[in-house]
Design a protein around this ligand. Sequence first.
Ligand SMILES: [Fe+2]
Ligand SMILES: [Fe+2]
Length: 379
Amino acid sequence: MTSRETEIGRDAHDITTGEPATAGCSASAGRRGLLQGIGMAGAALTAGLLPGAPAARAAPRPAKPTHGDIDLLRFVAWAELIESDLWQQYAELGGLATGSPNPYQAALDRLDGDSGQYITSNTTDELSHAAFLNAYLASIGAEPVDLDRFRTLPSSQASGAQQNGRLTNLMQLSVDSSWYTRYRSPSSPDFGATYPQALPQLAAGQYPAIPRNDADFEPADHIQAIANTAAFHFASIEQGGTSLYASFAQHASSAEALEILLGIGGDEVAHFVEWVDFAGNAVQKPVAPLTDPTNGLHFPNFVNGGGQLLQPNLIFPIPCSFISENLPLCAVIRPISPHDFTAVGVVDYLTSTGLFIGQSTDFTIFAMQLATAADRARR
Ligand SMILES: [Fe+2]
Ligand SMILES: [Fe+2]
């Protein structure tokens, strides 16, 4: 899940004209080799399907969570506490307003007039995910995840922000936007493809995604750039959750753990798609082109400016390589391979974006302990 630059899907087809697409991804040698191996072993596999041959059967799922399931659920509980913390900060400053909106809320409203409700709803969902997972863990005698000792980072000083210790930093972010091109490409990271940043400047620097104080409320193009930064961060977080649950589900042993991972994971997908649309509004008229006069952060107008990989209204996943390059392209979550997508990778990814700037070494050690345990879980 690390953000990468340079290589992209090589044969980006024109989804708007319906031209036949070619599978344009670069496949990893390991994956390709595995698939070729399966092809060579096809006769043996097929033999198992012939009349009279013993049918291959998957082991029945246990009804209740295994130790591996608990490790998966403890890691997603950690992730949900992180999501809850960052979304709470967004909601305090950019969520539903009573009275007239502050300039940050007004800037978010320029991206979508329902921004306040969406931000508040997303926050409510994350809090429910975290509370449910920890209560579920306790209900089966497993240890819930408690991050309260790490709530040490400063709050924004802008009017509206509560003054609490935080788990996450939203004031110096290097926002990854490779998800934007990844989901518009017919290639797949599960086959080794990598993607350019839609906004390289946003990924390379450190920018606020919430106003740090009331001085950040103006000038108008500055607070709009902060809102635009948030828009891309919203989607980067929710695409991570989307892939996390989809890949973890494949390691779940019990039916109940699978139900939890699919159920919550589906909500992450719902969030992601809305924020894809939302972020697209930050890179087209009337908001873009826009340049923050305080730091030069630039949001181009992507309409008619970058082809399919930058087309703002391509909000649904473009069909891409899936399972085998010999099969037709398929519109799916990506990455989703349980072999390549890891919990350790999630912690590394979030850390690389600056989300944990100021956190202690103990915070990282605890996150990596949970991640390493989850990565050992196998069905
Ligand atoms: Fe969540
Ligand atoms: Fe989420």
